[in-house]
Ligand binder design. Structure first.
Ligand code: ADP
Ligand code: ADP
Length: 228
């Protein structure tokens, strides 16, 4: 599970992005993170995969305080967490297969495991038939499927999705949501920052709303709660 206690984050330029965040997220939950631009959503998720460190307060995953990890141990945190971005962040010169395989090579999985697992996850997200394609030969929705395959390749306990449908049209977005729900069904915790009123109000999940770096609302099956 994920625990944050009185987390404050100020950036070097003096911007205060998180202002005393307290939250508990259990294993297997699906959580939407909503709020206006600049509310602190990206900073919140960065606290979890140690993309940024809090100034004060504690962030724990499975009861281990992330501040006890040394820089060189950060890969151990990342191994538990898959991250999906709005702009996919695929490596443009690598094929679909290679993009996913690369994520497993860097954690030194065996070639045999890599071969099996890459095709397995590409199949899971419905993109196996494009294994030899380059990212720019794919549509946005297809690229996001590859990014999700990469994120789940090493079976992380947590998947963080920072506006995963932000660059996709509505039809494509529903397909991506279906995949995230399937991944959640296998017990993986999903934390998804989003501006999609339609998705949040249709596929009901726990909603955590941030404003000015504070949690202003946290409800099971909540609404988006802002004007689109
Ligand atoms: P959101 O994801 O809700 O849009 P962010 O967490 O990206 O919010 O940003 C929260 C605040 O922190 C904003 O004012 C933003 O400009 C600022 N911020 C985010 N990242 C940085 C950074 N690396 N350096 C300085 N300020 C930042
Ligand atoms: P996001 O969709 O993740 O909120 P942004 O466009 O806000 O993306 O930020 C892109 C990158 O720039 C992030 O790494 C973020 O931390 C950084 N960033 C955001 N706001 C600022 C800022 N005011 N000063 C410096 N860096 C920032």
């Amino acid at each position: 599970m994920i625990d944050m206690k009185d987390v404050h984050k100020d950036y070097a330029n003096g911007v205060s992005a998180l202002n005393g965040v307290n939250v508990h997220i259990d294993n297997g939950e699906f959580v939407y993170l909503v709020g206006p631009s600049g509310a602190g959503k990206s900073t919140f998720v960065k606290m979890i995969f140690r993309g940024e460190k809090p100034n004060t307060g504690t962030v724990k995953i499975d009861n281990i305080d992330l501040s006890t990890y040394k820089e060189r141990q950060i890969p151990q945190i990342r191994r538990k967490i898959g991250v999906v971005y709005q702009d996919f962040k695929l490596l443009p010169k690598l094929t679909v297969y290679e993009n996913v395989a690369f994520a497993l090579e860097v954690i030194e999985e065996s070639p045999k495991l890599i071969r099996d697992r890459v095709m397995e996850v590409l199949d899971l997200v419905g993109i196996k038939h494009k294994a030899r394609s380059l990212p720019d030969e794919l549509s946005g929705g297809e690229q996001q499927r590859v990014a999700i395959a990469r994120a789940i390749a090493n079976k992380p306990k947590i998947v963080i999705a920072d506006e995963p449908t932000g660059n996709l049209d509505p039809d494509t977005s529903w397909g991506i949501m279906k995949i995230l729900e399937d991944i959640n069904q296998t017990g993986t915790t999903i934390i998804m920052a989003t501006h999609s009123q339609e998705i949040v109000n249709t596929i009901k999940k726990r909603v955590i709303a941030l404003e000015n770096g504070r949690i202003v609302r946290d409800e099971a099956g909540g609404d988006y709660g802002y004007e689109a």
